[in-house]
Design a protein around this ligand. Sequence first.
Ligand SMILES: [Ca+2]
Ligand SMILES: [Ca+2]
Length: 180
Amino acid sequence: MSYITYPPRVVGDNAGLNSAGALKEDNVMTLISDVFVIQTTSGINHSDTDAAFEIIVRGPGGYEARTDFEDLKHDEREKGRTDQYRFIFDEPFDWDPGLWTVSMRMTNTHDGWLPYSIFVLGKVAPGIPGIPETSAEWVVMGAHYVWPRDKWFDRGPPARDEHPEHVISDFTWEPPGPFG
Ligand SMILES: [Ca+2]
Ligand SMILES: [Ca+2]
């Protein structure tokens, strides 16, 4: 698992406020302590890769946290393979899908990667008033079934380090079809 161990680089004056500027009630906060990314690589030609990736979380007030995807023990991002990653935040963040994004970016090679699906889950931090420590509350932060086939990570031959960043914390829904 990967740890995001540093505090937010910048926390603006609006930390803890909702989009209307009012103080949030405890019971409407969604403090996320762990983010899980569950991805399945497509089966089409060249979809697999051995490249490295990073995750970037952005929020209000200039919040930006990023870290590398862990190098798992198996050969990741091979055709049809599902990989699961856990990112632990030392400081939980107050998830609001209208104000926050989770993105993913390839950081090396030109060997493009195409997922078939990506799911992003958030584990709600324990210790919030009204929510017991053993809470099993989770938030679906992103679900892409299926990931758009034209949205390759690092498609083509960029002249420099132009690996594009794709937001994975939104939603894609297409009628289920055969795996490919
Ligand atoms: Ca490839
Ligand atoms: Ca691989």
